[in-house]
Design a protein around this ligand. Structure first.
Ligand code: GAP
Length: 455
């Protein structure tokens, strides 16, 4: 998979997948909007995740919590104290960087997670790491920079009205753990899944939609007894791999698994594994799976004064549940899918760009095309019929070759052409996006044919 990211970005913009945010006002740095086709793919991806991790899992239930929570939540979770990145300035050109990333970008096999600021500063000096912008070697000391987005609730702007936009969806789940468990009469083990926006005032956003300040997360918090001997970490790691390979068809060759070393683990984590994807700009974290122990529930129990323990109905024992958390960013997963799907191909009569999206994620499953104007009426009838079962589009402009290229470029798996013979043989030509093979199918069998191919 060797693609140029700039070509992909330009393609996604022209075809209506992803637009630069606020573009008519000169843009807003590192913000992106999802266009008519991008929003379709994004919604389909979220639905596949929700179906797999929430609706069709025997243990799990879903939740939709608020973005703005009581600030005490962030005190308890540790975000107000610890959710910082090490910020360093180049004294010469005044550019700002994440000090840990300066090292990791220079030495791609290094992971600086868990290092003290002093160790990072010393390493930058010892290895003479220069400013990536002006090449000077004159940095300030590291300062901790909070990633929390602050705002005020209500009419008075003071300390008491300060609230934060959530930096992860997970805490909303912990806060509603007890209500959810009681209302649904859930017994351990069970999980709560949530999809929603998160906000982080990242020092160095970038690489297109890989790291942004506003993004969506799909998170599952899976609660289990500390006495449970099942390996739930492996269970969820397997589920994540299954989802990647079998549901959204991410090629095994394009991702790898990285186990966090002991000194790199977050303070609350017993074990963490990152699934990393080979993006065109390098390998990057796609999906994290963490064993968060009983840290979060214990913290919320202490700070709220509410009992968040679980009374085991079989043993009559009371304990705080442990948690496994698989967490992924919607846009990052989308970027991986876009990178893997974008293909430039030489064909007999020239070249084509095809988005080889998994069929279930393509904005349209089928395109209906009358060969000439005379067939418009029949084609329109068929289009309306097929819309009842498929995400269909109607394409009547340009010659048929151009129309195929257009549908290839947005990833439509099947094009259906109504031609001169349709009146006589009640059949249409069905053309496959990837093989470009064409088949003549009787209209009465078309729905079954497509259902079998697409779903
Ligand atoms: N609740 C755990 C948590 O939030 P994380 O590793 O900080 O863990 C989980 O984030 C996932 O969210 C990442 O693996 C990534 O896919 C996505 N993510 C995190 N920060 C992001 C950002 N600034 N832009 C886009 N996606 C991001």
């Amino acid at each position: 998979m060797k693609i140029e990211i700039d070509k992909l970005i330009s393609h996604l913009k022209t075809q209506g997948f992803v637009f630069p945010g606020s573009e008519i006002y000169g843009g807003l740095a590192n913000s992106w909007d999802y266009g008519p086709l991008g929003s379709e793919v994004k919604n389909k991806l979220k639905k596949l995740w929700w179906d797999f991790f929430v609706r069709r899992n025997e243990y799990n239930i879903g939740l939709d919590s608020s973005i703005i929570l009581n600030p005490k939540v962030w005190q308890a979770s540790g975000h107000l104290g610890n959710f910082n990145d090490p910020l360093i300035d180049c004294k010469k050109c005044k550019s700002r960087f994440r000090a840990d990333k300066l090292i990791e970008e220079k030495f791609s096999d290094m992971n600086v997670g868990g290092w003290t600021n002093q160790k990072i500063e010393d390493f930058i000096k010892d290895k003479s790491i220069n400013c990536p912008k002006c090449n000077a070697n004159d940095f300030t000391n590291i300062r901790q920079f909070t990633l929390m987005f602050k705002t005020n609730q209500g009419v008075v702007e003071d300390e008491a009205s300060t609230v934060y936009l959530r930096p992860e969806t997970a805490q909303g789940i912990f806060v509603q753990y007890k209500n959810s468990q009681r209302a649904l009469r859930k017994k351990l083990p069970f999980g709560i899944g949530q999809i929603g926006k998160s906000f982080r005032n990242e020092i160095t956003p970038g690489n297109f939609i890989f790291r942004t300040r506003e993004f969506e997360q799909m998170e599952l918090e899976f609660f289990f007894s500390p006495n449970d001997t099942n390996d739930w970490f492996e269970y969820w790691l397997k589920k994540v791999k299954f989802f990647l390979e079998k549901i959204i068809l991410i090629d095994k060759k394009n991702y790898s698994i990285r186990e966090h070393k002991k000194d790199e683990l977050a303070h609350y984590a017993k074990r963490t594994v990152d699934i990393e994807f080979d993006f065109p700009f390098g390998r990057g974290e796609l999906w994290g799976i963490a064993h968060r122990s009983d840290f979060d529930l214990k913290q919320h129990q202490t700070h709220s004064g509410q009992d968040l323990s679980y009374l085991d109905p079989e043993t009559n024992e009371k304990y705080i549940a442990n948690v496994i958390e698989p967490s992924v960013g919607v846009e990052r997963l989308l970027l991986a899918i876009f990178c893997q799907s974008y293909v430039e191909e030489k064909i007999d009569n020239g070249e084509r760009i095809v988005m080889k999206l998994p069929y279930q994620l393509a904005p349209y499953s089928i395109a209906i095309m009358p060969l000439q104007k005379q067939q418009n009426k029949r084609a329109n009838e068929l289009y309306k019929e097929l819309l009842l079962d498929f995400d269909a589009t109607f394409d009547e402009t340009g010659n048929i070759g151009k129309r195929y290229r257009r549908q290839d470029a947005i990833g439509t798996p099947y094009c259906i052409t109504i031609d001169f013979d349709t009146e006589k043989d009640n059949s249409v030509t069905v053309r496959n996006r990837d093989t470009m093979n064409q088949e003549r199918i009787e209209i009465k069998n078309l729905k079954q044919y497509l259902l079998a191919k697409i779903f």
